[in-house]
Design a protein. Sequence first.
Length: 217
Amino acid sequence: MSLPARLIEGYEAFRTGRLPNEQSRYRDLAERGQSPQIMVIGCCDSRVSPEVIFDAGPGELFVVRNVANLVPPFSPDGMYHGVSAALEYAVQVLRVRHIVVLGHGRCGGIRAFVEQAEPLSPGDFIGKWMSMIAPAAAAIGTPSDGPGSYFTRLEHAAMATTLENLMTFPCVRILSERGRLTLHAAYFDVASGELTVRDPVTGLFGSVIKHAIRAAP
Ligand SMILES: [Zn+2]
């Protein structure tokens, strides 16, 4: 049983192209371990790869991806919590300085919630998972309650909920209050490739380029 040909070809391209250029970096990372400064919480969507969007090399981003880039609230209930485990490791062991929630347009998870899609299996894992954004949906009202695309508004609101949920983790809250950890939300428009970032004061999303210029000394 072989890997799909696409992956074998891709690995061959990596092995002969990128790997020789980054061999020393890989060796260094192998010896010293990883120490990324940034955690990204992204969507599983194949069009929204954080490493591609941020042009990141090995060891730079600690990434966890799930349907619709959500983080459940802190709930130490003895169940299996994959996102919480990754978060715990990133914050308490790697000591990342930034957590970026990376949302995107045309998110299938958000669409499934809006359209109240039928369960795909008896477990209805997507339905249960996406029910997490019900408060965000309630907060923005109906599709006719605001300007622009309802989907975009809901995608933005879901990210705000995720930021709130992140703060329910004591380790995140404490380090954030001490100024040692900063939370961000960024939104990738799949069609245009534009990245916008959420203003923590207004909650509005604006061009990342404008923010970068404003942030410059
Ligand atoms: Zn998505």
